[in-house]
Ligand binder design. Sequence first.
Ligand SMILES: [Zn+2]
Length: 244
Amino acid sequence: MTTPDALLRSLGVDSPDDIDLETIAWSCGLAVRYTSLNGCDARIVGMGDRGVLTVNSKQGLARQRFSIAHELGHWQLHRGRLTLCRAEEIEGSASEARGLEVDADRFAAALLMPRFLFEPAAAALDRKPPWTMVESLSSLFQTSLLATALRVIALDLWPGWLVCHTRTGRPFAFKAPTAEDVGRPMIAVDYRSGAFDILHAGASVVRSRQLPGDAWFSGAQRRIATEHSRAYSPDRALTFVRLD
Ligand SMILES: [Zn+2]
């Protein structure tokens, strides 16, 4: 199995602009084709070591790139086990159980935002607020805000949590490796949080504030939390939060 890093290095990739997915796919034996698909984002029809990767042209660019990278992950990791799937970024706790899909998502994240390019790019943005950093990185790497924010957390570039809330629950919460462990964030969004304003009052700009720690973590009374919330889709708020 070729790792995403090995694949990129073998092609001489040394900047985000060089991550040309058609070339990478070709080097793995796949031709990429764009067409409108119904009911799935991408699929591979393969025979032996060659195949055609079809991606849904109705999706936006970042989504198409993630879908191609996700399918490449299946091709490299699970060949012969899957030929058709719905490529998705992590969209909820239900996806945590889907092992093959999670593997393909991890492969995609590492291919599109390789550590050896992502970390220096993030370091150059050091001390910027997290959503400013994520917006810059997302345009540099041509990835969605969600995929980019998840990568920032996974690579420990912002030592806190990334939490998704809806009006009625918390579809997912991910912790950076070195973030302080005080239990998982609250399921219900707290009325003092900027995420609440986004979900219940339609606030559309990034909301950054400091508030009592127990708005986010039940065991964090007498602590202060810093949060940065933004709307993600019409009914979701994403928040970077950590205790000071
Ligand atoms: Zn898949």
